[in-house]
Design a protein around this ligand. Structure first.
Ligand SMILES: [Fe+2]
Length: 275
């Protein structure tokens, strides 16, 4: 199928290891500031920490909001920065991104535009939930049908569906207005496919890990600012930039851990009322 990328697991035990990063919110300006956090600096500090930890993994999954200003330069910045990991990089667009622009330029910048990654006993299906110019998400029928085709083409693979907008409410009134607005349609659709083990998202800038009707839903802290969980009004968390490692086993089980930078260097301004 077009858009497909076949990768061989690096580990001899068939275990597949993936690094998820999300919501870098980069600017054209390298000193671009999101609510007091210079996002290129926080992302750079995260990349330095990966390299220090020296954990091997198969590829990077970037789950959207690479940019904060929709600029070509912000995407060039991302591609230049992520190069240091020397691993395949895959992405999907978020609500702060310009999806059509990303699909046009990323291949030649070294970031893959594949939407279906097959590696060992697993496949990853990258969907677009972006609604241009607004914060909430909507997954179009053609995206769901693309997921269906991928699952049906490889009935023996375990599947991970990746989508920027977490298709769940998180108990934050302000953030729950920016959710995937057709999440019921999404759930009903995914329930038809027992091969779908995980739905993986960004967008909520906090850690989420729940199981709903046999599918695990996971979201991951941003490499920039964090939102306070279960807050009625917009509120920023003082926790450090984060990311997530995954280990996918041949038998369909999933291990994951969230890591954060242990520093006060990237504390946001706490007096702001929105973003
Ligand atoms: Fe975001």
């Amino acid at each position: 199928m077009e858009d497909q990328c076949l990768l061989k697991p690096r580990s001899a035990d068939g275990q597949l290891r993936v690094l998820q990063i999300t919501d870098t919110h980069l600017f054209a300006d390298e000193n671009g500031d999101l609510l007091g956090v210079k996002t290129a600096q926080s992302f750079n500090a995260v990349l330095e920490e990966f390299q220090k930890q020296n954990i091997d993994f198969d590829f990077v999954l970037m789950t959207g909001d690479i940019s904060q200003d929709y600029s070509v330069e912000s995407y060039q910045r991302f591609a230049n920065m992520i190069k240091c990991l020397n691993k395949p990089v895959f992405f999907l667009p978020g609500n702060h991104d310009d999806g059509p622009l990303m699909y046009r330029i990323f291949n030649r910048l070294g970031v893959s535009t594949a939407r279906n990654i097959i590696c060992g006993n697993w496949q990853f299906i990258l969907l677009n939930s972006e609604v241009y110019g607004v914060a909430h998400g909507w997954v179009q029928r053609d995206q769901l049908e693309y997921a269906e085709r991928c699952v049906e083409e490889h009935p023996n693979l375990h599947s991970v569906v990746c989508i920027h907008h977490l298709p769940l409410l998180v108990g934050s009134d302000w953030l729950d207005t920016q959710t995937l607005h057709n999440q019921d349609e999404f759930h009903v659709f995914m329930q038809r496919f027992p091969a779908v083990k995980l739905v993986l998202s960004g967008h909520v800038h906090q850690e989420v890990d729940v199981i709903r009707q046999n599918i695990r839903y996971i979201a991951t802290p941003s490499t920039s600012i964090q939102f306070v969980p279960k807050s009625r009004d917009f509120a920023l968390d003082s926790k450090g930039p984060g990311w997530r490692y995954f280990s996918f086993s041949k038998d369909g089980s999933i291990d994951t851990v969230v890591c954060r930078l242990n520093t006060d260097r990237f504390r946001p301004r706490m007096d702001v009322g929105g973003y």
